[in-house]
Each structure stands twice: as C-alpha cells, then as structure tokens.
Ligand binder design. Sequence first.
Ligand SMILES: Cc1cc2nc3c(=O)[nH]c(=O)nc-3n(C[C@H](O)[C@H](O)[C@H](O)COP(=O)(O)OP(=O)(O)OC[C@H]3O[C@@H](n4cnc5c(N)ncnc54)[C@H](O)[C@@H]3O)c2cc1C
Length: 353
Amino acid sequence: MVASPDFVILGGGIAGSAVAIELAERGYSVELVAANEGSISLAAGVFVTIMPENLMQLVKESMSFYERNKCLKTVISRGSLVIADKRRASRILSIHSEWGFPTRIISFSDLEDELRERLVLEDGEELLYTDEFLFDVGKLIECLYKRMRSLGVALSRAKVKSLNDISGLARGSEVIVAAGAYTGLLIGELREKSLIYRCQALTVNCQGISVILEDLVNGFYSVPVEASSSIIGDGSNEILDSPFKGYVYDLEDAYTVLEKYARRVRGAESCYIGRVWSGPCIVGRDGYPLLGRVGDVIVATGFNGSGLSLAPGSAALLADYIEGKIRSVPGHLDCSRDLRFKPSKILEPYDLV
Ligand SMILES: Cc1cc2nc3c(=O)[nH]c(=O)nc-3n(C[C@H](O)[C@H](O)[C@H](O)COP(=O)(O)OP(=O)(O)OC[C@H]3O[C@@H](n4cnc5c(N)ncnc54)[C@H](O)[C@@H]3O)c2cc1C
C-alpha cells in the first residue's frame, strides 16, 4: 500500500483498471480498491463499434489502449455481421468511414455457405461486415491486472460501505469512484443522474452461427462461444431502483429473445437454453457516460453495457481533465459538464446512431 497515493480508485472492473493504468502511466502513484480482484458485472465480451458519432473518439482510444497494453492478444475472434435497415446502415457506413473502421455492405452471395444457408434477411435490410471483436473477458481482466502490477499500482481488497470508509479521503488523495452500477449507492447525488437497468444474456446449446451477429432490426446480438454454444443478448428496458435487482432474469424474456434468434437464424428452433445470466448496467440520463467531479470525488461510470469499448477511452479523457488539459471533446462528453440531465429512456449504443 502506498503511504499517501495521489489517487485512490474504487472499483476494479474495466473502468477502474483503465483509469488506474492511465494515471500510473502518467507518473502518478495509484491505489486501487475493489471488493474482489478482477470482479466485474459480467460481460459477453463484445467490443462494440456501432456508436453515436460523439462516442467514436472513445472507441478509437479504447482500441489503442488495448493495443498499447498488449491486451489485444485476449481477443478470441474478430469481425461481425450487422443487420440494419437501409437508413441506419448508411449512417453506420458514414460514421465508420469517417473514423477509419473498415466496414462494408456485403451481399448474400459473398457469404460463406454456412451463413448463406442459415441467415434470413428481409427486404429493405442491409448486411454489413464490420470490425467489432470478441474478448475473452476473464483473460482481458487478467491482462489489465498484470499491467497494473507492472506499473506499481497498489491493489487492495475491501468492500466499501460508505465513501467515509475510503482511507484516501482521510489521507488527502484524490478519490475516483468507478464502482459500475453500484456507484449511486456510494454517491447519493448520482442516483438521480443515472439510470440502472438489466443487461441480460442467455447461453444456448445448439449449433449457432460462427460469427458475431448484431441484429439492429430485432434488437439482439449473438456471439459464438464454441461450435455447439452461443451467447445471445438483448436490450432490457426495465429501469431498476437497485443494482441488486439486475441479477434477476425473467425466464420469459429468455424465450422471447430465443424466438427472435430463431426467426433470423434457420435451425435455431433446436436450440435449448443452457443458462440465463444478467447483471446491472448503468448509463447517464442523457445516454452518455458519467465522467467528472461530483462533490469531493470524481466518477468514471455509466458505460451503458459497452464498457469494453468506452471505459479505456474515457479514462484518457478523465486523466486529461484531471490534469487541467482542456480537450475539445464532442458536446456531451465534456467531463466538467454538470452531470445534470433530463430523464430519458434507456438507449442502447446503436439506438443513438
Ligand atoms: C449479461 C451481460 C452482458 C454484457 N455484455 C457486454 C459486452 O459484450 N460488452 C461490453 O462492453 N459490456 C457488456 N456488459 C456490460 C459490462 O458489464 C460493463 O460494460 C462493464 O462491466 C462496465 O465496467 P465498470 O468497470 O464500469 O463496472 P463493473 O464491471 O461493474 O466494475 C465495478 C467494480 O467496482 C467494484 N465495487 C462496486 N461496489 C463496490 C464497493 N462498495 N466496494 C468495493 N468495490 C466495489 C466491483 O467489485 C467491481 O470491481 C454486459 C453486462 C451483462 C450483465
């Protein structure tokens, strides 16, 4: 433990680890406190690139973060198929071409035999091939912890009940709270500035399809885990009053998403559900991450089910803000914004495109 570190970070998920690495790389002494080493609120592992334009800078920086810290070796597969209506497909193409993500429209005849036989595309829909990828989340977290150790970040374990328990406050360190959906339990003010909802997925046993599929028309994604199992996830719109309720999955929802999958993927009627799993996700009420100062502490959360794509880029933005570097960031992402928003419905990243 550092006697009086410059920063004490609460939360050892992707966000807390990324902020710790960013600050340690800039020469600060950092202590990271988390309930358990490497604990995160579950994730399928997709690095999503379909984002509104003003989040693309973060996506790009997150990718360079993983590259620089040699964590891209924990990527299991690369490339995904995206089904969208024509209007949204052309919007994605234009955003991706501006930000240098290789994305193109493909026709059915370009697909491998297996996909051509199994995917169902309706009139008016486009099929895009893009550079999203799938991480092995456990290995990614291991990679980030290894990097933190090599940079001399002090790692402590504690379940913090109140911000007063954080010794850094008494020692005069700057405290950064990156406790995911639990951040509002520690900083009451943040409760009204954020929305908590359930991110949910199911693991199905059957021969799924062999690439990441994002169906923006029906609102689900699927990722292959092994030849005979896949993860299928969809958006849940239920706003929760407590993050702990995020772990309760309604089995009926699981059958609804499986039905959507079966309408899109021939042969999926024979899939059966192996496991349903869910956890709390958090987003700012304007649909953007929650970054900046709230009272005596700084927060880094609100990544809307896309922490893998947004948290590392946000860490760089936050570190710049801490150092007083005014970065010209697109509107909503200014860390000094008041974090005071009008309530909105929960938006998945692709809803904002
Ligand atoms: C089913 C499901 C599928 C998902 N799929 C994806 C996906 O494919 N891609 C993606 O990018 N995201 C996905 N997500 C979302 C993913 O969980 C978040 O993007 C990511 O976890 C956000 O990281 P975080 O560090 O902000 O928060 P968290 O991962 O929740 O980390 C919070 C950290 O704070 C610690 N903590 C919290 N409270 C306390 C306390 N009181 N005391 C001490 N420590 C505390 C926790 O132990 C943890 O270490 C999915 C989520 C679910 C549930």
